[in-house]
Design a protein around this ligand. Structure first.
Ligand code: PHE
Length: 392
């Protein structure tokens, strides 16, 4: 009996061992997400839902970069095989997209998301699976705090919020700000908080602070409260679909002070949705300027226009840069190996991107200027750039 049991245990152990060996082999074949001539790279952004232009523009920029890289022979001889997941403008979709990219597609590295809420739901999955994730445009500080596999190539909301406050106080000489934010969105509440802290530090007063729930379409109460507080500027750290509605409703209630916002305003749909003239004289910050005359920007803008028949937004520019950052990191790593790629990303220095020349810091973030834009008709005109040093 005893010998039979020992034998059984031994057999079980051998079986378990051989199973793990098998699994290991399967994994190591796929760990790096590569075949003889391709390398799998994941992309997860929202091309449908409430803020579909974020993902649409980003994907256009990504596709252009992939096309260029593959036409030139790929990354160290392997063509990029882009694996795309639509996150449908829903935070919870970030997690499921990440599970698919990590466990089914077994991508070498992942790019995404745009909205911070979606990046926050995806990041723990990539962290757990040891897959470097590079967000092109999620600005909430907590995104890269999810773990040492999580990187971004854009500025952060503590900087962005403070820069908007500097702009309101010093450039526009405003004294009384109201804030209207989406209470269900980390990006919105974070940006509102950072704006408030700096605006007050600079001697301004926040005279009203109002919030709304996700999917709100009627802002009467908040607008009435803000109107009664008589602000001379209204900070709206929200995404373009909400901003268009909010702008219209402020104007129809007779409030005509300028609205100010962050990068979430940027969309080709902002002005069409808000209606002509509604947001004239309003301001928001974004990530790059088409007027930048560096060679890399001129080429990008020309090639993008040729391919899509329109000028690239900063989302497209960040998507484009994201692919080239991944390429550079893989090349610097010298191997299709996630741990080495993570190291290379952490050590990336002086990367010459369309959205600026930047390095990755010890917190896996980029430090970059913000461009403050003024809405005039259909146009977003550059007022000035604010450098990180100016708000610290
Ligand atoms: N920064 C926004 C966020 O983190 C996303 C965004 C980036 C939107 C760039 C528009 C342009 O949620």
């Amino acid at each position: 009996m005893r010998t039979a049991l020992t034998l059984l245990i031994a057999l079980g152990a051998v079986l378990a061992l051989s199973l793990t060996a098998c699994k290991k082999e399967d994994n190591s074949a796929g760990t790096s997400g590569v075949t003889d001539d391709t390398v799998k790279i994941g992309l997860f952004v929202s091309t449908t839902g409430d803020y579909a232009t974020f993902g649409g523009d980003t994907k256009n920029g990504v596709d252009l970069a992939v096309e260029e890289i593959n036409a030139a022979g790929g990354i160290n001889g392997k063509k990029i095989d882009l694996k795309f997941q639509d996150t449908a403008s829903k935070p919870e979709e970030g997690g499921s997209a990440a599970v698919k990219l990590a466990t089914q597609e077994n991508v070498l590295v992942a790019m995404g998301a745009v909205a911070s809420g979606i990046s926050l739901s995806a990041a723990p999955v990539f962290q757990k699976n040891g897959i470097p994730m590079i967000s092109p445009s999620s600005t909430n500080p907590t995104v890269t705090q999810q773990g040492d596999q999580i990187f971004r190539i854009c500025f952060l909301d503590d900087f962005q919020g403070a820069a908007c406050a500097v702009f309101a106080r010093k450039d526009l000489k405003k004294e009384k700000a109201a804030i209207l934010m989406n209470q269900d969105d980390a990006y919105s509440t974070g940006l509102g908080k950072f704006f408030k802290a700096k605006f007050e530090k600079l001697g301004g007063k926040v005279v009203a602070e109002e919030s709304f729930k996700a999917k709100t379409s009627e802002f009467n109460t908040q607008i009435t409260n803000i109107k009664n507080a008589n602000p001379d500027i209204i900070f709206v750290p929200a995404y373009y679909n909400d901003v268009a509605l909010i702008g219209k409703q402020f104007r129809s209630q007779g409030v005509d002070v300028p609205l100010l916002g962050g990068d979430g305003w940027e969309s080709g749909k902002l002005i069409p949705n808000a209606g002509p003239g509604t947001l004239d004289g309003c301001y928001f910050g974004n990530h790059y300027s088409q007027a930048d005359d560096r060679e890399v920007v001129k080429n990008f803008v020309a090639n993008y226009k040729k391919k899509y028949g329109e000028a690239p937004s900063s989302l497209a520019a960040l998507g484009y840069d994201d692919v080239y950052v991944a390429k550079k990191a893989i090349e610097n790593a010298g191997a299709f190996d996630r741990a080495k790629i993570r190291e290379a990303l952490a050590n990336l220095k002086d990367f010459e991107g369309v959205t600026g020349k930047f390095s990755i810091d010890e917190n896996r973030n980029a430090r970059k200027p913000i461009s403050m834009l003024k809405i005039e008709g259909e146009k977003f005109n550059l007022v000035r750039q604010i450098q990180p040093g100016e708000v610290e």
